[in-house]
Design a protein around this ligand. Structure first.
Ligand SMILES: Cc1cc2nc3c(=O)[nH]c(=O)nc-3n(C[C@H](O)[C@H](O)[C@H](O)COP(=O)(O)OP(=O)(O)OC[C@H]3O[C@@H](n4cnc5c(N)ncnc54)[C@H](O)[C@@H]3O)c2cc1C
Length: 510
């Protein structure tokens, strides 16, 4: 590659000059669910697209089932990203060509109709038509090969949880997943080692590259927007050493239009640090689907590290939450035993093969989160609201009830200062509805809403086409444009937003 060229195909630090200059019709920043979908729509419409990603290219053979390796290479902030507030919550996100889809559990939900209708009719996002999104969801289902895994791949953690829920008369189902080749090894969060998962780098991006219109530049962290009037004329950044993640060169892209797809933490940070939006709405309204969880000891072997990572769910959407199973590796399990010390912890470690695991994910309604730029770096805050806190406790209680219905001997809710629950009758006392937020052990991997879409610049960061208010040629296409929390796992809705925003931008370029 020489300076100033556009070259289709996959590139990285090893194959580009240390002073990389690229010219394209459209530059996309961030190669996750939203960015790759937008790039695909643009490329299919004949636009020349340069896609920049701070992480590297991955192939299944390069992943290792090792937490330290995965955190170091595949996670934002090396796995240490978290929010402060009335509790401290890990907030993991992916890094690499494929973004968070590299490490996600592949669960697929279409955006629920009531949510899409509310965004369109209640909040003025006129482009979010049911028919149009229905077409995107069909395309996504097909491109990702969404399917439900068979019983032999699900394995016991998922099967036992489904059986327990059915005994209680709850609606329990195996989850549709973007993992048509899933082998049930239970390590989606480390990158799929068999290639069975359809992360966007292995699906949409392959289709986009086949057009000959896309160049993907890995190892490029884009930081600085160069503006002229109400247009962005270039974006500059650093070329990174993929091992150390230290800068080894510079990058500059000049384009007619720019798509920001750094995800709901990266995109508002880019806009705020470049003063492309003020902080009235940009970075505000962070919602995350807070999750809490529990383990249960059974009189028979479950082997919770085996099977589909997250295979079964119980639909309690009307009450504001879903229950979902998850697999645990021994080191993750150890980290989930915060209430015990010494001998007791070791007894549960010894019995890991008898443990089942599941959690509750809530639709955040009254919590307040924000992403900010500060002199010492990014600041992420999230204050769990009263209603959301109660829904988390209710969801966690329900997880315990399902486990006992399935035949569990004990339930270990992930709460600080709590003990072991030995009967279903003890659940309420162990998990009082007024327990403080910081007693819950929480986790969230679905940030959304920090560049929200809306009808006016007074109420939002981007217009119904994804265009940043005040800028002619800058759109945002990722989960940050969701106007509110979604209530179901967000990758499919993010891809649909990417397709819609990319398609519209392609049509508007002239
Ligand atoms: C552990 C985990 C499990 C999950 N499980 C599921 C699931 O089962 N089902 C589901 O629906 N959802 C799941 N999700 C959520 C889902 O993957 C995300 O909602 C979705 O990927 C968001 O897409 P995005 O485009 O907004 O951001 P991402 O996919 O996170 O992509 C953003 C990309 O931008 C890059 N980037 C950021 N800033 C810059 C910059 N300045 N320059 C260059 N590159 C930059 C990042 O490195 C990253 O690769 C999970 C997420 C995680 C972390």
């Amino acid at each position: 590659l020489s300076q100033g060229t556009f070259s289709p195909g996959r590139h990285g630090a090893a194959s580009v000059p240390r002073k990389l200059v690229v010219h394209a019709e459209v530059a996309v920043i961030g190669a996750g669910a939203g960015g790759v979908a937008a790039a695909t729509a643009l490329a299919e419409a004949g636009r020349r697209v340069a896609l920049f990603e701070e992480g590297r290219h991955w192939a299944p053979k390069d992943f290792r089932p090792d937490t330290t390796f995965a955190f170091r290479h595949l996670y934002q902030a090396r796995g240490a990203r978290s929010s402060r507030g009335n509790m401290v919550m890990p907030l993991p996100g992916g890094r690499g060509v494929g973004g968070s889809t590299l490490i996600n559990s592949a669960i697929c939900f279409r955006c629920p109709d009531p949510i899409l209708d509310h965004w369109r009719d209640g909040l003025g996002c006129s482009t979010l038509e049911r028919d149009r999104f229905g077409r995107y969801f069909d395309r996504i289902w097909q491109t990702l090969g969404v399917t439900v895994q068979s019983l032999d791949i699900q394995r016991l953690n998922n099967i036992v949880f489904r059986d327990g829920a059915e005994k209680l008369g709850l609606k329990a189902e195996f989850l549709p997943r973007s993992a048509p080749g899933c082998a049930g090894c239970g390590v989606c969060q480390y990158g799929c080692p068999t290639g069975g998962k359809s992360s966007v780098d292995r699906t949409f991006l392959v289709e986009a590259l086949a057009t000959g219109n896309v160049g993907v530049y890995a190892d490029c962290r884009m930081t600085t927007a160069i503006t002229e009037g109400d247009r962005i004329i270039a974006v500059e950044g650093e070329l990174l050493d993929p091992e150390t993640q230290e800068p080894i060169g510079t990058v500059r892209v000049e384009a007619d239009a720019f798509v920001l797809s750094g995800g709901p933490i990266g995109s508002p940070l880019f806009l705020l640090s470049n003063r492309l939006a003020d902080d009235t709405h940009c970075g505000a309204h962070l919602v995350v689907h807070p999750t809490t969880s529990g383990m249960a000891r059974f009189p028979f072997e479950i082997r919770p590290w085996h099977g589909v990572t997250q295979g079964c769910y119980v639909d309690l959407w009307e009450r504001g939450y879903l229950l979902q199973t998850y697999t645990v590796t021994p080191d993750q399990y150890f980290a989930l035993l915060p209430t015990m010390m010494g001998e007791e912890t070791m007894s549960y470690m010894k019995d890991l093969r008898f443990m089942g695991s599941a959690g509750a994910l809530i639709h955040d309604e009254d919590s307040e989160g924000r992403v900010q730029v500060t002199p010492v770096g990014p600041d992420i805050s999230y204050f769990l609201g009263e209603g959301d806190r109660q829904r988390l406790v209710e969801g966690l209680r329900k997880v315990g009830e399902v486990f006992f219905a399935a035949g569990a001997l004990e339930f270990l809710p992930a709460r600080l200062g709590g003990g072991v629950v030995r009967t279903v009758g003890e659940i309420e006392a162990a998990l009082p509805l007024d327990m403080p937020a910081h007693h819950l052990v929480t986790y969230a991997s679905h940030p959304m809403g920090t560049c929200r879409m809306g009808a006016t610049s007074e109420s939002s960061v981007v217009d119904p086409h994804g265009r940043v208010w005040g800028w002619k040629n800058l759109v945002v296409a990722d989960a940050s444009v969701f106007p509110t929390s979604l209530g179901v796992n967000p990758q499919v809705t993010t891809m649909a937003m990417g397709l819609m925003i990319g398609e519209t931008l392609a049509g508007g370029l002239g």
